[in-house]
Structure formats: structure tokens, C-alpha cells
Design a protein around this ligand. Structure first.
Ligand SMILES: [Zn+2]
Length: 218
């Protein structure tokens, strides 16, 4: 029998805990407990059964911007969107993907990370989703490529060769790695193919030192 695990706390480091608290309050979270010490601060925020722990340190940690930080599902997405609109938060509607037939929007948290808000089912009051063409479809790979580009990008070509041995003509946009330690820069089309067909492949973050850097610090 699997162990009982009635709840989970998702934790993230933030640069400014007051700005982040205000952001999560717009999403409906309320502060449950908080603490502050000389060089750190934290707050736990609740919404229904969800818990988010925000923590910050002084001096701030070097925090990479993430292509996806959290995905929250709401029963009534429009109500949340109305609150965000009043607060002047920029949001992008990303359509009605199969996992969010009631709609999906993308917002950025105060640290620039992507937070997705979705509604699983279309509600009776919503018009049938038509004309999603033209709306940006959220893609984790595209978000990752945007983060790479924001850090200066890469001038490399895609490192995949076709069956005739010719190089892929596309520019590389993301770095993939596998658990054996191999890494390659690839275009988005080949990245998708690799992630779907190579079970141990994952999106590699650019620039951090990995386990070697962790061990060097300890
Ligand atoms: Zn390619």
C-alpha cells in the first residue's frame, strides 16, 4: 500500500518576499505563517488545499529564471483573471489545451518565472472554444528557448544529422542532456523528437555547474 501523504508544500526562493506575497495574494493565496531572521525570510501561503512556501535570503541567492514555476488549476479561471486585470498584471491567454478545456493563461511572477493558470473543464457559461488559432500555445520547450535567448542565446547549429549524414539546417535553441552525461544543442523540432523518443533525456539548464559545482561548495 502506498504511504499516506495528505498534503504537499511547493517551495521556491524569491528575490523580494513582499513583492511575491502580493503576487500570490492576487492568485487567491493567503498568508498562513511567516518568519524573518537576519539573513532570511519565509512565508507559507494557502489556497484551499494548496501550500506555497516563499523564501528569500540576504544577500539574495543567484536564482535562475525558470520556464515553468507553478501550474495552478482553478474552478473559475475568469474570476482570477478579473482580479489580475484590475491589478494591471500582464497575462497571455494560451488557448484551451486538452488539459485545460476551460482555458489557460500565462503570467510572470515578480522574479520573471512563468506561472500557468488553468481551468480543467469548460463551464456551462463559457462559449465553446472556437478560433484558438492565433493564440500562443504554451510550450515548455519554447519557454526554455526564450530563457536561453534572454541569456544571450547560442550561435550554434542544431547538432542532429539526418539519415544522409547532412546537418540539420536549424539553429540550436535548447540544450538537452541524458542521465549518462551526454549533452547536445538542438533545434526545437529535434528537441521534441528526442524528449519523446529518448526516455532518459531532459532539458539541461544552461550555465550552472551541476553536481560538480555543488560538491565543490561542500
Ligand atoms: Zn534540428
Amino acid at each position: 500500500m502506498p504511504p499516506d501523504a495528505p498534503s504537499m508544500v511547493a517551495a521556491t526562493y524569491v528575490r523580494n518576499i513582499d513583492a511575491s506575497r502580493a503576487f500570490y495574494q492576487l492568485l487567491g493565496f493567503r498568508e498562513h505563517s511567516a518568519g524573518r531572521a537576519e539573513t532570511s525570510g519565509w512565508t507559507v501561503m494557502h489556497l484551499d488545499g494548496l501550500s506555497v512556501l516563499l523564501a528569500s535570503t540576504t544577500p539574495p541567492l543567484e536564482i535562475p529564471r525558470l520556464p515553468l514555476l507553478f501550474y495552478f488549476f482553478y474552478a473559475d479561471l475568469d474570476a482570477v483573471v478579473a482580479v489580475l486585470d484590475v491589478a494591471g498584471v500582464q497575462l497571455t491567454r494560451t488557448g484551451h489545451p486538452p488539459h485545460a478545456l476551460g482555458g489557460e493563461v500565462k503570467v510572470l511572477d515578480p522574479d520573471g518565472n512563468t506561472v500557468l493558470l488553468g481551468q480543467r473543464e469548460r463551464s456551462a457559461s463559457q462559449a465553446p472554444a472556437a478560433g484558438d488559432e492565433g493564440l500562443l500555445q504554451f510550450s515548455l520547450l519554447k519557454e526554455t528557448a526564450a530563457v536561453v535567448a534572454a541569456r544571450g542565446g547560442t550561435s550554434r547549429a542544431c547538432q542532429v544529422h539526418d539519415s544522409n549524414g547532412g546537418p540539420c539546417p536549424n539553429r540550436a535553441e535548447v540544450k538537452l542532456a541524458d542521465s549518462l552525461g551526454d549533452m547536445t544543442w538542438v533545434c526545437l523540432i529535434h528537441a521534441e523528437e528526442i524528449l519523446v523518443t529518448v526516455p532518459a533525456a531532459f532539458i539541461a539548464s544552461q550555465g550552472d555547474g551541476g553536481i560538480a559545482a555543488f560538491l565543490a561548495r561542500h
